[in-house]
Design a binder for this molecule. Structure first.
Ligand code: M6R
Length: 365
């Protein structure tokens, strides 16, 4: 039931504070991760993991891309991420003591399941699933399961599944990191930041009206560019996927540093450029990327931390996002991009919940 909402997608975007909270509940205390809550075997299975191989498709793949930044940063464990349809059809090497991590909302995505079944033959230490559907094939075939508590997701464009996947992945990363020397102080710092997420996502939802205003600038455009750096690069990818899926506007995501290696040639006044820029140590670099776009007449839409001091100017629209912890920033910054694509799609009059040519669950190749 959509209740008061016009579309399931909007309802699901607004459910995020609640479902993110449900996904952390019982798995963290005020300051630590409860490893036993990830499964009775978790402690044993996470000990001696030397490599993490993440496999997923679409939005779930983007969650995996964010997790790679976390896993290498916090746990210091090498991590590879690949889309399932590529992994399953190439000759791949599984390193010793690999944790094979599949991410899937439905748990029934054909390529992801095929990749898992293949990898089983090659051997790995353990298979971990991050999944939203209890009893799904993925859940049944994995050694360790962290359920996202998003509840049923009806809109084809994935929203709350993504932010709950990220929440679960961050909690998992902290557990893995504890086996690899993460100190209690840093763990506490990040766990406290996780507790702040529902409130912060609520604060971003309060920007809905402003984002709706902003969306008008995209209505008659055919192309757009999304930029991000570090763990915000996959957030840019996810923002671009949302926009193309439901508004049918061509959207491409680039790591901001790649701009001058090609895509800058495309930038003109017909190409809106969306950038996610939290206040981390990459923000200065990002600012110079923004200058490159502005110098070419491109119109910029920047979602920035208040503290990042990006000032609005002619052709530079700034949406200020409340200050958040650098590690949890990808979760918070996803939300304004969801709202942006939603409003562009509504303005264009597309079938938001059932975009053309797409199915909710891709159970065949
Ligand atoms: O159920 P899964 O998470 O395995 O699905 C993967 C993709 O099919 C899915 O994320 C798809 O990309 C969404 N429509 C994105 O919004």
């Amino acid at each position: 039931d959509k209740g008061e909402y016009r579309h399931y997608m909007l309802k699901e975007i607004y459910e995020q504070p609640k479902v993110i909270k449900a996904t952390m509940e019982g798995r963290i205390t005020a300051t630590r991760v409860l490893e036993q809550a990830l499964g009775t075997d978790a402690e044993n299975l996470l000990e001696n993991v030397r490599h993490v191989q993440i496999i997923a498709c679409g939005t779930s793949y983007h969650a995996g891309m964010v997790a790679r930044y976390w896993i290498e940063d916090l746990a210091g464990v090498p991590c590879s991420v690949e889309v399932a349809s590529e992994f399953r059809y190439r000759k791949h090497v599984i390193q010793p003591d690999t944790l094979f991590l599949c991410i899937s909302q439905s748990g029934e995505t054909a390529d992801t399941l095929a990749a898992l079944r293949q990898a089983k033959k090659a051997g790995f230490r353990a298979a971990l699933a991050i999944c939203n559907v209890p009893g799904s094939s993925l859940v049944r075939e994995s050694d360790l399961v962290i359920m996202t508590q998003a509840g049923p997701e009806i809109g084809v464009a994935s929203t709350k599944a993504f932010t709950t996947q990220l929440t679960a992945l961050l909690i998992f990363t902290l557990a893995l990191a504890r086996h690899n020397g993460l100190n209690a102080e840093r763990e506490a710092d990040i766990v406290k930041a996780i507790h702040l997420l529902p409130g912060q996502v609520n604060d971003v939802l309060a920007l809905d009206g402003e984002i709706e205003e902003m969306s008008k600038a995209f209505m008659d455009k055919n192309h757009s560019l999304f930029l991000g750096r570090g763990s915000q690069y996959p957030v840019a990818m996810e923002g671009a996927l949302k926009l193309k899926e439901i508004s049918y506007i061509h959207a491409e995501a680039y790591p901001a540093g790649e701009l001058k290696h090609g895509p800058l040639a495309l930038v003109d006044s017909e190409m809106p450029v969306v950038t996610v820029a939290p206040n981390n140590d990459l923000v200065e670099k990002l600012k110079s990327n923004l200058e490159e776009v502005r110098a070419r007449g491109g119109e910029l839409f920047v979602f920035a931390d208040k503290a990042a001091d990006v000032k609005p100017e002619e052709g530079l629209h700034v949406m200020q996002i409340p200050s958040v912890h650098e590690i949890t920033a990808p979760i918070v910054y996803t939300v304004p991009l969801q709202l942006l694509s939603y409003h562009v799609a509504v303005l264009k009059g597309t079938d938001v919940d059932q975009p053309r040519n797409l199915a909710k669950s891709v159970t065949v190749e």
